[in-house]
Design a protein around this ligand. Structure first.
Ligand code: NAD
Length: 241
């Protein structure tokens, strides 16, 4: 399905990023995954069957640009980029600290933007490519106690919608996935009661797995999705917030 394609996945050391790197590698792509910690990135790359694991903090625009250019140079091209790196910290409105705003927006919004910008530059030369960014169901609907995170993910969805409009004529597709509640380290702080409540509101009756999201991303970056761009695809078991 992805034979001969070169792919980059940010935040690929665990959770959805790791499952995505593995899914793309299993589909035949040459995958480079990144993580903030080089040793962890290398370990994850070996576990996922990826070609390499590199250190990258997506809040650093210059580092993102340099790394993406380097990957494209080393492999001769870059076909697929998944801007997955992200953080989530809950806080009720009255409890939101400035530091939480800064870290959330610099990682989720600016980090995604840096990655999409660098990907677009690398893909522009060949006039082909597919980018997927990680939005969220709460970015589409809002969520009490998650105002900052929800705002950041609404921005991520609109990075996909806007970049898709700008890059379509260059043969580059940009889509977002909007997962519901996926069982990863990010959601490990949820109490059993909160998990049960979410499952109760989910028609498919379970939490999502990283593989549920990875499979949808693999489809969106494949040629099977060649006429799909600017979309925000819910992967949430039908969850109604
Ligand atoms: P996770 O916490 O397991 O993994 C996140 C990854 O991003 C980690 O590898 C982490 O090291 C990396 N990361 C964080 N900040 C970074 C930075 N500044 N630079 C580089 N890497 C950084 O989370 P996950 O559940 O796998 O989430 C992956 C993405 O999916 C995130 O963007 C998250 O917001 C989104 N998402 C997750 C869920 C869910 O329920 N788990 C739901 C909706 C959206």
């Amino acid at each position: 399905m992805l034979d001969g394609k070169v792919a980059l996945v940010t935040g690929g050391t665990r959770g959805i990023g790791l499952a995505t790197a593995r899914a793309l590698a299993e589909a035949g792509a040459t995958v480079v995954l990144t993580g903030r910690d080089e040793a962890k990135a290398k370990e994850a790359a070996a576990a996922a069957g990826a070609a390499s694991g590199l250190a990258l903090d997506v809040t650093d625009a210059k580092a993102v640009s340099t790394l993406v250019r380097g990957v494209a140079k080393e492999h001769g091209k870059l076909d697929i980029v998944v801007a997955n790196a992200g953080i989530m910290e809950d806080a009720l409105l009255g409890m939101i600290r400035e530091e939480l705003v800064d870290t959330t927006l610099s990682t989720n919004v600016a980090g995604t933007l840096h990655t999409v910008q660098a990907a677009a530059r690398a893909m522009m030369r060949k006039k082909t490519g597919a980018i997927v960014v990680l939005a969220s169901i709460v970015g589409e609907h809002g969520s009490a106690g998650q105002t900052v995170y929800a705002a950041s993910k609404a921005a991520v969805a609109n990075i996909a919608r806007s970049a898709a409009k700008e890059l379509g004529r260059s043969g580059i597709r940009v889509n977002a996935v909007a997962p519901g509640v996926i069982d990863t380290d990010l959601t490990s702080g949820l109490t059993e009661d909160a998990k049960a409540e979410n499952i109760g509101k989910t028609p498919l009756g379970r939490l999502g797995t990283p593989e549920d999201v990875a499979n949808a991303i693999r489809f969106l970056v494949s040629d099977d999705a060649s006429f799909i761009t600017g979309q925000v695809l819910g992967i949430d078991g039908g969850l109604v917030l």
